[in-house]
Ligand binder design. Sequence first.
Ligand code: SAH
Length: 216
Amino acid sequence: MEARKIRLLLELRRQGISDTNVLTAIESIPREHFVDEPFLDQAYDNIALPIGSGQTISQPFIVAKMTSALELGPRMKVLEVGTGSGYQAAILSKLCRRLYSIERHQYLAEIASIRFNNLRLTNIVQKVDDGNQGWHEQAPFDRIIVTACAPTLPSKLISQLSSDGLIIFPLADISKKCQHIVKINLNSDGEIVQEKLLEVRFVPLLPGVVPNKTKI
Ligand code: SAH
């Protein structure tokens, strides 16, 4: 596993990931803890993998790219929408003060919670909810990252961003049938400024929660 991890880190560098804090965080988190048993062999391949409930753990390059784009600092309070496997959350938790992570699938949130405990990632706070609503009680956030795509950014998330905050969001362009990671911030007049970073393929941001008893 260690040799595969080193190969992945070299590949990420080759792909232009140069933020050493992000690379160190990726090095410190065992991705094999976040994939299901049949995919253990591929834990350090630079690909997305299925995690159950029809969802995926993101490709390491995309995790690295989105994390770098967030420009995190050690004192920041960060919101993640879409805990999924918990891998992106684990990486973020190494680079900020506290990470709040929301997942709509109770089943995925529970498995992620076990992983966070096993790795003693004590600065992650989770809830099972519809992330479109953000996390009102904990707002404002210095950074917000959404790991599921939608054609518009939920307005509640913008309202929960601190004045010099940043949002990283996979925005879907329905007419062009494509998605791009966008970096969003507010200028001094409070207007939304949006910058396109790269084309991606994410699962959709859906409304409501999925309790454990629901069959998928
Ligand atoms: N960050 C994850 C990526 C998971 S895929 C990882 O590193 O593994 C995106 C996740 O977003 C899925 O688990 C999906 O269930 C979740 N999701 C989709 N819509 C959501 C919503 N409205 N609120 C919270 N989570 C949502």
